[in-house]
Design a protein around this ligand. Structure first.
Ligand SMILES: Cc1cc2nc3c(=O)[nH]c(=O)nc-3n(C[C@H](O)[C@H](O)[C@H](O)COP(=O)(O)OP(=O)(O)OC[C@H]3O[C@@H](n4cnc5c(N)ncnc54)[C@H](O)[C@@H]3O)c2cc1C
Length: 495
């Protein structure tokens, strides 16, 4: 029996590969789910036309805004994807708004569904290249539905599996794409998002959790895996893994108290913080360094208004991807996701304007928001220390970040955006805030203590595989989850 720990993107991709090889697989998962009342609300709204949704229904699903950005992106008004499960290790994360997930489907219940593969250049410093990752991208995209369109992005970022559908592009985004089509030094295209596109009614509710549950979550994939033979055990929080020459032993807190599970191999996919806590404890190590693809937010103010954006039928996920080459740092890319109107943006603008909120309509018709990601070489890091059973995670800034952001703003000023970047309000968020983090047990050709081999096996272990972003040697700027899934599938198909 092989054990997979976690049902997020890494766990589901790894289990898919193991089952395809005919292995017997049990998935142990903390597995928290959406509260029944909120699930019922979603089902009611899914059956209704958007015009029939009431103000009360909307209010139950809103994201709380206390500072400059939402505290947490919620799922249908619930913070369950970020809640600790009974028996979970204490993880003291020193970054507001960031937390490990103990949910069925992990953070894919709240993610932005943006997906782009890594290029060969992004895998510099990895012991695996595109030759190994390409079949894995193909396998993952065999069941993850990506909406997108053939455009300029394709030369550097192939689809691997050609999308059958696209999402409707907003008028603001269509204008921007037209202007960027021939801009030198950048590659722009339609955002690629993992959504069951044909059923989308463009109701604008994406950021609060799709009422029709059309945004891809690995929670949806459990039915497929169970049909293929997966034994899924929820309410199981793993606290230790050990191995000897004959097999592995897994110590977990379950609905029936503490239990031990024995098997041939274990695949650890508890998300970067969950896996780091579990593996430091299991390996008797004290510290690890977590890499991050640092996240920043930059509003753009358009020269022209796009009248009536608030009434437009649109989705509110990323609309446009822009890839900028940062020649100063090893030809790394900076990845930008551009968002247009959303109710969250409206609430943020209203909060900022205070007594001037009468101006918000005017601003909304001109506002776009860039969410950007830097390569980990230009980003801060997080120090993770296991201190008396508590994983303490402390962000550490990188002096190179500021300069990298200045270069991005300069590049954006030179582009025909039809808008100017509001650089005085650029937000450089702390390391970890963008949830594109990993690298605590990096894969190496010849691993040393604290590192893993190309199959995610920590130094000295032969039956324990870490399969999530914890094994990434670097965190390139392009979205992380497609590569998390591909790498987990690759390890599951070879181990
Ligand atoms: C708001 C938000 C937006 C995002 N947007 C994007 C995006 O647009 N594109 C992108 O590429 N990425 C995005 N991400 C990041 C993405 O969600 C993560 O990269 C991805 O979910 C990581 O998958 P994972 O399987 O490694 O871990 P997780 O999703 O964290 O899943 C961890 C799993 O392990 C289980 N688990 C944890 N600890 C234990 C334990 N001790 N015992 C048993 N089970 C355990 C949990 O129950 C869960 O099932 C976003 C994240 C957030 C929060």
């Amino acid at each position: 029996m092989d054990y997979v720990i976690g049902s997020g993107p890494a766990g589901v991709a790894c289990a898919t590969a193991l089952l395809a090889r005919g292995r017997a697989v049990t998935m142990l998962d903390a597995g928290l789910t959406l509260e029944a009342g909120r699930e019922a609300l979603r089902n009611v709204m899914a059956a209704q036309a958007p015009e029939d949704w009431t103000a009360e229904q909307h209010a139950m699903r809103k994201m709380p805004l206390s500072g400059d950005m939402p505290d947490y992106k919620l799922s249908n008004g619930s913070d369950y994807p970020y809640r600790a499960a009974a028996g979970a290790p204490e993880i003291a994360l020193g970054v507001p708004g960031v937390s490990a997930s103990y949910a069925q489907g992990g953070l894919s219940n709240v993610w932005g569904a943006a997906m782009l593969p890594y290029r060969e250049a992004d895998l510099a410093g990895w012991p695996v290249g595109l030759a190994e990752m390409a079949p894995a991208y193909r396998a993952v995209l065999g069941y993850v539905p990506i909406a997108g369109q053939a455009d300029a992005l394709e030369a550097d970022f192939p689809f691997y599996v050609r999308p059958q559908y696209d999402m409707p592009v907003s008028r603001q985004a269509a204008g921007l794409l037209r202007r960027l089509e021939r801009a030198p030094g950048v590659t722009a295209g339609r955002a690629r998002v993992a959504v069951n596109a044909p059923a989308c009614i463009a109701c604008g509710e994406c950021l609060n959790g799709c009422p029709r549950d059309l945004i891809f979550s690995t929670r949806h994939e459990l039915a497929r895996l169970r049909a293929a033979g997966l034994n899924y055990i929820p309410n199981a929080v793993v606290r230790g893994v050990s191995e000897d020459a004959h097999g592995v032993s897994i110590h977990a807190f379950t609905g029936r108290g503490w239990q031990n599970f024995s098997g041939d191999r274990v695949f650890v996919a508890a998300g970067v913080y969950g896996s780091t806590a579990l593996m430091l404890r299991s390996l008797g190590r004290e510290r690890a360094e977590i890499l991050d693809s640092q996240y920043f937010i930059l509003p753009l103010l358009g020269w022209a208004r796009t009248k009536g954006v608030q009434a437009e039928h649109l989705h509110t996920l990323a609309q446009v991807f822009v890839e900028i080459q940062d020649a100063t740092v090893n030809a790394h890319n900076v990845h930008l996701q551009i968002y247009g109107y959303s109710d969250v943006l409206e609430a943020m603008i209203a909060q900022k304007l205070g007594p001037l909120k009468g101006l918000r309509g005017l601003l909304l018709e001109r506002a776009l928001v860039v969410q950007g990601y830097l390569h980990s070489d230009s980003s801060g890091r997080l120090e993770a220390r296991l201190d008396d059973e508590v994983l303490r995670v402390t962000p550490q800034k990188n002096p190179a970040t500021r300069a990298a952001l200045k270069r991005v703003v300069k590049r954006l000023r030179g582009l025909p955006l039809g808008a100017f970047p509001l650089s005085p309000v650029l937000q450089e968020t702390p390391p970890g805030r963008g949830f594109h983090s990993g690298g605590s047990f990096p894969m190496r050709e010849n691993p040393a203590p604290g590192e893993t081999d190309v199959l995610g096996r920590p130094y000295g272990r032969s039956r324990t595989h870490i399969v999530d972003s914890s094994v990434f040697p670097t965190i390139p700027a392009a979205t992380i989850t497609l590569s998390v899934m591909a790498n987990a599938w690759r390890i599951g198909s070879l181990a």
